[in-house]
Design a protein around this ligand. Structure first.
Ligand code: ATP
Ligand code: MN
Length: 463
């Protein structure tokens, strides 16, 4: 007989079926003549109630070894459950203990633990209800993303993790080196001599796969990346990680309108799929983490996103009469509080802001005819702020060269990027979605460290 997943039994199991389940004991309640166990195998929020009668072979001995956290195999028969809230339970005919968990030292006893505490036991926290639900939703969202693009004929391209270029021009990058750090070669000017390093020049963990995705879009028309990216930003916020996953579609023969339409359809698709495949987990988030999670999801699915230009957004902020912590004026970047005001209070739904001032956006964004703004778009989400950043790319060689210069960048390393504008250039556009921001947004989780299994942030690399 094969082992059955608990989610399958809870949904489809019928009385009188004999089954085997394997999992970890969440709770144990001893009665006079029998013991209740709740066994969870990670397949669902709810565990399976197991009833172990004292006539089960080795009952007393085994029950001593079975405590919260122990791993077990239970063989038995499904029966209708007399208890409220569950259709079936498992009457055990035998129990095998794989590994015990000492009640004196196992940290996850049945009680509420803070997320901060759970981060200190990153090797165990996935066994809790909340983290379990987060990682199932994360998996469902990732699956929905691939499904969305694959159905539309996008090619999934694997862009490199080690890169020599700084896509954002932001400079917040981790250097990758093969140097013996005790003997780093220096140049005459006492600078590090990267020409002697592994790659013959300074290299970094990538901050984005966009530039490489553009290369691939110029061959396959529609492509996307979905992989890890890195930022050495020493900002300890609840929305920034040093290592996070990014989704970056790139479309040839596409302008900013097409880009926004795709991004909106994309978010709607993911929310729909996750609500469909993880209803219990989403219900849990709504009840226990943030009671607007389901309303927000339905808001996304049912409404058209608001679309405003940056210039209009500034006017809205001016008219709001609110005093913000950070000042703003035309030409300054929107801070999180401004973004949240727009999405949360003013439009009350996801809001796409377009046509930002050129000087605050990356060099590759297409310059508008006013020569002051670029064809950029950010999607701002209620509670989170920026969740997607995208743009139509500058496809005109002469304009792109000028923009690189204007931003004080050295054009030399971008020779191949400029070549794409020399050989068969086309209008193209794309966007980047921070995957963890999306999962945060879907689940209502307050801290981004709790939506990735093993968070990497300043001073945080233990597990
Ligand atoms: P922010 O202003 O929030 O720092 P950004 O402007 O640096 O974002 P981009 O460079 O446009 O962000 O990156 C694309 C997307 O990646 C963002 O829209 C966001 O969803 C996500 N993102 C950016 N930085 C981080 C980070 N440190 N941790 C997690 N996600 C991030
Ligand atoms: Mn940033």
């Amino acid at each position: 007989m094969t082992t059955r997943r608990i989610i399958d039994l809870l949904r489809n199991g019928q009385p009188n079926e004999t089954v085997i389940v394997k999992g970890w004991v969440r709770t144990k309640r001893e009665q006079k003549e029998f013991t209740f166990l709740e066994v969870n195998d990670g397949s669902s929020m709810a565990g399976l109630q197991v009833v172990v009668n004292q006539d089960v072979p080795g009952y007393a001995e085994t029950m001593k070894r079975v405590n919260t956290g122990a791993s077990v195999e239970v063989d038995g028969m499904l029966v209708e459950s007399p208890a409220k809230g569950q259709r079936i339970e498992l009457r055990a005919s035998s129990i095998t203990v794989y590994g015990e968990a000492d009640p004196e030292t196992y940290p996850l006893q049945k009680k509420r633990h803070s997320f901060e505490f759970l981060r200190t036991i990153g090797h165990l926290r996935s066994r809790t209800n909340t983290l379990g639900a987060v990682f199932r939703v994360r998996n469902a969202a990732a699956t929905a993303i691939h499904q969305f693009f694959q159905e539309r004929g996008f090619l999934w391209v694997h862009t490199p993790i080690i890169s020599a270029s700084d896509c954002e021009g932001a400079g917040e990058m981790f250097t990758v080196t093969g140097f013996d750090l005790k003997r780093v070669p220096l140049t005459e000017n006492q600078a590090v001599d990267f020409s002697k390093d592994f790659f013959g020049r300074q290299s970094y963990l990538t901050v984005s796969g966009q530039l490489e995705a553009e290369i691939m879009a110029m061959a396959f028309s529609n492509v996307y990346t979905f992989g890890p990216t890195f930022r050495a930003e020493n900002s300890n916020t609840s929305r920034h990680l040093a290592e996070f996953w990014m989704v970056e579609p790139e479309m040839a023969f596409c302008d900013l309108e097409g880009d926004m339409d795709l991004a909106e359809a994309f978010l709607k698709h993911i929310f729909k799929q996750v609500l469909e495949s993880c209803p219990e987990d989403m219900e849990f988030f709504n009840q226990r983490i943030d009671n607007s999670v389901l309303a927000t999801a339905n808001n996304i699915i049912d409404n058209e996103f608001a679309r405003v230009t940056y210039t209009e957004a500034i006017a809205i902020l001016e008219k709001s009469g609110k005093t913000f912590e950070y000042p703003y004026q035309w030409g300054s970047d929107l801070q999180s509080e401004h973004e949240r005001y727009l999405a949360e209070e003013y439009f009350k739904k996801p809001t796409i802001v377009t046509d930002y001032p050129a000087q605050i956006k990356a060099f590759y964004m297409r310059l508008n005819d006013d020569e002051k703004t670029v064809r950029a778009m950010d999607i701002l989400a209620p509670k989170i702020g920026e969740i997607i950043g995208g743009s139509q790319r500058e496809e005109r060689l002469d304009v792109l060269e000028k923009r690189i210069q204007a931003q004080g960048l050295d054009p030399a390393p971008y020779w191949w990027y400029l070549d794409l504008r020399r050989f068969g250039t086309v209008p193209h556009a794309g966007f980047g979605l921070g995957f963890e921001r999306l999962v945060q947004f879907m689940t209502g989780m307050g801290n981004i460290r709790d939506v990735i299994p093993f968070p990497r942030a300043p001073l945080e690399v233990e597990f």
